[in-house]
Design a protein around this ligand. Sequence first.
Ligand SMILES: NC(=O)c1ccc[n+]([C@@H]2O[C@H](COP(=O)([O-])OP(=O)(O)OC[C@H]3O[C@@H](n4cnc5c(N)ncnc54)[C@H](OP(=O)(O)O)[C@@H]3O)[C@@H](O)[C@H]2O)c1
Length: 250
Amino acid sequence: MTRKFENKVVIVTGGTSGIGLATAKAFSLEGASVFITGRRKEALEAAVRGIGGRVTGVQADMSKLVDIDRLYDAVQQKHAHIDVVFANAGGGEMAPLGAITEEHYEKTFATNVKGTLFTVQKALPLLRDGASIILTSSTTSVSGTPAFSVYSATKAAIRSFARNWILDLKDRHIRVNAVSPGVTDTAGLNELFGNGDQAENTKNYLASLIPAGRIGQPEEIAKAVLFLASDDASFVNGVELFVDGGQVQI
Ligand SMILES: NC(=O)c1ccc[n+]([C@@H]2O[C@H](COP(=O)([O-])OP(=O)(O)OC[C@H]3O[C@@H](n4cnc5c(N)ncnc54)[C@H](OP(=O)(O)O)[C@@H]3O)[C@@H](O)[C@H]2O)c1
């Protein structure tokens, strides 16, 4: 049986953990040549071993333009074009208004907003006409969370990129969509919630607020990303697809 992404070239930034790792695995299983990035060398090597198939790891901090250039240089050594960019690298920390530092602001915007912008812009010369770009936003793009305003603002910016870039890329028929996960069980989430029992308690509490009655798994976000990347979504453009168990609909 033909696999959905056979001979496609797919970029997954932040592909060493959580949502990015699950998505890179799913693309690889569907036959894609996948390039993943992450800052930590050991995590990158472990992810490459775990994903299997045709996967290349490029150690890169997506907030740094020279690192993004290195990623696309590595792609060009093997391929003439890119079919899918999943700009997913990101994260955030808690800081209530009144305790927000310049460093917190700069770091969060550099990774999430600057990183996403230049990951996509620098991919343009290699992107095939008709390619698909998926950006990782978050339910926080449309809803409030205590002590999470800077992160949430970055995710609203990312959602806005999708709306605007579909116009900039119109003539090339490149689709741009945002995927907005709700609470999803990843290392990044556990770290945010303080790990261990504290993280479990917070996750259980949040699960009780979600209509689906549980938090999400990274593989569930991956399925939505593969849908948006595929021809099945050929007329889906500029949307924000919430994958959140119904959290932001109530
Ligand atoms: N989990 C959730 O509940 C949730 C909900 C909504 C949205 N999201 C979003 O989903 C995305 C993935 O999060 P996750 O929960 O899967 O977190 P995660 O498990 O911490 O994974 C984050 C990935 O991004 C990489 N990364 C972080 N900063 C980077 C940078 N500057 N350059 C390159 N790679 C970087 C990390 O590797 P290194 O640390 O080695 O760089 C790792 O591979 C993020 O954009 C996050 O904001 C998550």
